[in-house]
Write a protein of this length. Structure first.
Length: 54
């Protein structure tokens, strides 16, 4: 899958923007409330910025 890095947010930043913990963000992803779009080579999760801003 191809994505533009400037349109994505890593887990820590996404959690901070939402005012929640990383664990809550991960739980939301498991529940299907958020969609993980990729993992970096460093195994970091990446979400679409537009999805987080909703």
């Amino acid at each position: 899958m191809t994505f533009h890095i400037e349109n994505t947010i890593h887990t820590g930043k996404a959690a901070k923007l939402l005012g929640i913990s990383v664990k809550t963000l991960q739980r939301w992803e498991q529940e299907g409330r958020l969609i993980l779009i990729a993992r970096t080579n460093e195994n970091r999760c990446v979400y679409r910025e537009s999805q987080i801003k909703k």
